[in-house]
Design a binder for this molecule. Structure first.
Ligand code: IPD
Ligand code: CA
Length: 274
C-alpha cells in the first residue's frame, strides 16, 4: 500500500536507488561487456547492465511503493494507481558505458499527477549526484547549484560566447540534419560539446559547466530528472515556438541564451528531420 507521496521522501528513495544502481553498474560490469540487443537502429544499443540496472531500480521502487506507475527506458513500465510515476533511465549514455568513457549516469525523475517533483542524476565515475526538489532548489553533492554561468558574472551569456552542448539521435537521416545544424551553429558560438548523455548535459547547464544545450529526439527518461534540475537551478527548459520540451526538441539554458538558441533553431526548423 502506498504510504505517502511526500516529494522529499520520493527524492530520498530515488537518490538511494540511483546510488545503488550506480554502484552495481561499476562493480558488476563484465570485462567483456557486449551489446545485448539493439532498438531503433543498429547503433541504438542495450547491454545486460542497462537491463539489470532497470530491474534493480524497479524492484526497489515497488518494494516500497507497489501502487506507483513506472516508465522505464528498457521496457519496465507499468500503470499505477497512486498518481506517482517514476521515469527511469537505468543508464543514460550507454555508448559511453560500453566504451568505458565516464560520462554516463542513472537518471530517475518522480512525477505526481504528471508534474516532475523530484529528480536525481547519479554520475558514478565522477562521484557526482545531482538532485532537485520542485520549489526547493537543485544540488550537486548536496551543495546548491546555479545555471547562471560563473564565467559571465551571472549576466546572460550572448550566443557568441556560449559553450553549447548537444546530442545526436540514432537514425542516420536525423543525424544528417543535426550535423548540418551543428555546423551552422559552430561559427556562431564559443564552442560545442557532445558528452554522450542528455541527462548529464542538462546537469551541466544546471551547474554552469556549459551555457546551453539542445537536442532533437530526447525521450521522457532522458529529460525528466535533468529538466527539473535545470529549472530548480534557475535555468529554462523548453521546446521551440513556446512548446514544452519533448521528443521534438529540447532546449535548456539560462534566460537570454535560451531565447537566442530557440531563435537559431526555429529559423532552421531544427525540429524536422529533413
Ligand atoms: C542517449 C544519450 C545521448 C543522446 C541520445 C540519447 P541512451 O541516451 O542521452 O547523449 O544524444 O539522444 O538517446 O541511449 O544512452 O540512454
Ligand atoms: Ca538509456
Amino acid at each position: 500500500m502506498t504510504v505517502s507521496a511526500d516529494p522529499k521522501e520520493l527524492l530520498e528513495l530515488a537518490t538511494r536507488l540511483a546510488a545503488e544502481a550506480g554502484r552495481a553498474l561499476v562493480r558488476d560490469r563484465p570485462r567483456d561487456l557486449g551489446v545485448a540487443s539493439t532498438k531503433s537502429s543498429p547503433t541504438d544499443i542495450v547491454t545486460v547492465m542497462d537491463q539489470r540496472s532497470e530491474k534493480l531500480i524497479i524492484e526497489g521502487i515497488l518494494a516500497e511503493r507497489p501502487d506507483d506507475g513506472i516508465l522505464g527506458e528498457e521496457g519496465g513500465s507499468r500503470a499505477g494507481t497512486s498518481g506517482v510515476r517514476w521515469v527511469v533511465d537505468p543508464i543514460d549514455g550507454t555508448v559511453n558505458y560500453l566504451y568505458e568513457i565516464p560520462m554516463w549516469c542513472v537518471s530517475i525523475g518522480v512525477q505526481i499527477d504528471g508534474e516532475t517533483v523530484a529528480g536525481v542524476v547519479e554520475v558514478p565515475m565522477l562521484r557526482e549526484t545531482f538532485t532537485a526538489l520542485r520549489g526547493h532548489g537543485a544540488w550537486l553533492n548536496g551543495e546548491p547549484i546555479s545555471a547562471h554561468s560563473a564565467q559571465s558574472g551571472g549576466q546572460p551569456v550572448p550566443l557568441e560566447r556560449a559553450l553549447v552542448a548537444t546530442g545526436f539521435g540514432y537514425a542516420a537521416q536525423r543525424r544528417a540534419v543535426q550535423g548540418r545544424i551543428a555546423a551552422e551553429l559552430l561559427p556562431l558560438v564559443r564552442d560545442i560539446r557532445r558528452a554522450g548523455s542528455a541527462a548529464i548535459d542538462l546537469c551541466s547547464v544546471a551547474c554552469g559547466r556549459v551555457d546551453g544545450y539542445y537536442e532533437r529526439g530526447t525521450n521522457p527518461w532522458d529529460i525528466a530528472a535533468g529538466g527539473l534540475i535545470v529549472t530548480e537551478a534557475g535555468g529554462r527548459i523548453g521546446g521551440l515556438r513556446g512548446a514544452a520540451a519533448s521528443v521534438e526538441m529540447t532546449v535548456a539554458a539560462a534566460g537570454g541564451l535560451f531565447e537566442a538558441l530557440c531563435e537559431f533553431l526555429e529559423e532552421r526548423s531544427a525540429d524536422r528531420d529533413s
